[in-house]
Design a protein around this ligand. Structure first.
Ligand code: NAD
Length: 337
């Protein structure tokens, strides 16, 4: 029998997770919530997801627009084994007791605090920590990106210390809210929260981060300096990432020099929604000096956490013991391999 999954908050992340869950053969979407009818609720219906109103008072919005729902979040909770909370950051705290009362396991996203969920998750680095857990947080797009490339380095060579500068997109492409239209804004509270967030998964890693927000919607770019515990060559590093899941080596020499070109490549590859769920690393932007590795990577913020949510469901629901087997299964089903 397939595990029954509900999505609370069918927005940027929620609609992608719903799509990816329904591609798997061991889990299925039993419903998604929206607060009001919109093109996204039409997308949900078109993709075959039963639609629920987030709150009882939202029901009227759907009734007025003649959009049929199957009930409210409470009804969805009665049908689901696990709920993936994809509401805007900070709402999880309000919903957690509701999920608990309904006896449904819950997954939160990176906009929530680690302490709220108790376990933070990355499929490659700490799959086992979510095993059978009642609530887990899939870390943010930036933290997912940092862990995807740093964990394989730690496994292969050991990592002494990391410093990363994050060049962040101001908003998602469909957002009206977000950063300044024509200005670059540094995060003045230093070091930024991204380093401690990586440590919720790679416990004990020595990592410091800074960040600036830039007027783009396409991707984040990380400039990373990692001091390794052994002497390596650029080839050693690239070989390690070549065999790491959800890392895609790209090349400026092939004309992929910027985030716009990466997004175009994702479309050319026929990726769903034009998403790039892997972390893009410029292979000709990798340099080793002594024990110090320098590299750049780009993060598609709207999609890199999507396969992580699928693996998180597998671990929490004890569907697959081996993380690499889960990753392979997820990725094959959604066209990453
Ligand atoms: P979003 O605004 O695109 O989607 C949120 C959805 O929740 C919308 O459909 C909205 O209608 C719905 N919603 C709003 N209030 C609600 C409520 N009270 N109850 C139920 N649903 C409600 O947001 P998003 O970008 O998908 O972010 C969701 C979570 O994922 C956040 O924690 C965010 O930090 C995290 N995240 C976002 C990104 C990103 O770049 N977009 C990347 C990784 C993680």
């Amino acid at each position: 029998m397939k595990v029954k999954v509900g999505i609370n908050g069918y927005g940027t992340i929620g609609k992608r997770v719903a799509w990816a869950v329904n591609k798997q053969d061991d889990m299925e979407i039993v419903g998604v919530t929206k607060t009001r009818p919109s093109y996204e609720s039409s997308t949900a219906l078109r993709e075959g997801h039963p639609l629920y109103a987030a709150h009882a008072e939202d029901q009227e919005n759907f009734d007025k627009a003649g959009v049929k729902t199957q009930g409210t979040l409470d009804d969805l909770l009665g049908k689901a084994d696990v709920i993936v909370d994809c509401t805007p950051g900070g709402f999880g705290e309000k919903y957690r007791p509701i999920y608990e009362k309904a006896g449904v396991k819950c997954i939160f996203q990176g906009g929530e605090a680690h302490e709220m969920a108790g376990v933070s998750f990355n499929a490659l680095a700490n799959y086992h920590e979510a095993w059978g857990a009642p609530s887990v947080r899939v870390v943010s797009c930036n933290t997912t990106g940092l862990v995807r490339t740093l964990f394989p380095l730690q496994q292969a060579f050991g990592v002494q210390k990391v410093f990363a500068s994050l060049v962040r997109r101001a908003a998602d492409p469909a957002d009206k809210k977000g950063g300044a239209l024509n200005a670059v804004e540094p995060s003045l509270k230093l070091p930024t929260h991204h380093g401690p967030d990586v440590k919720t998964i790679m416990h004990g890693l020595d990592i410091q981060t800074m960040a600036v927000v830039t007027p783009t919607t396409l991707m984040h770019v990380h400039c990373i300096v990692a001091e390794l515990k052994s002497t390596v060559t650029e080839k050693d590093v690239l070989d390690t990432w070549s065999s790491s899941p959800r890392v895609k080596l790209i090349s400026g020499k092939d004309g992929v020099k910027n985030t716009g070109q990466i997004m175009e490549l994702a479309k050319d590859l026929g990726r769903a929604r034009g998403d790039l769920m892997d972390i893009a690393v410029w292979k000709d932007g990798v340099k080793v000096v002594g024990n110090t590795l320098y590299y750049y990577q780009a993060i598609h913020q709207e999609s890199d956490v999507v396969p992580e949510n699928v693996d998180c469901i597998r671990s929490m629901m004890k569907l697959e013991k081996d993380n690499l087997a889960s990753i392979e299964r997820t990725d094959k089903a959604i066209g990453l391999r």
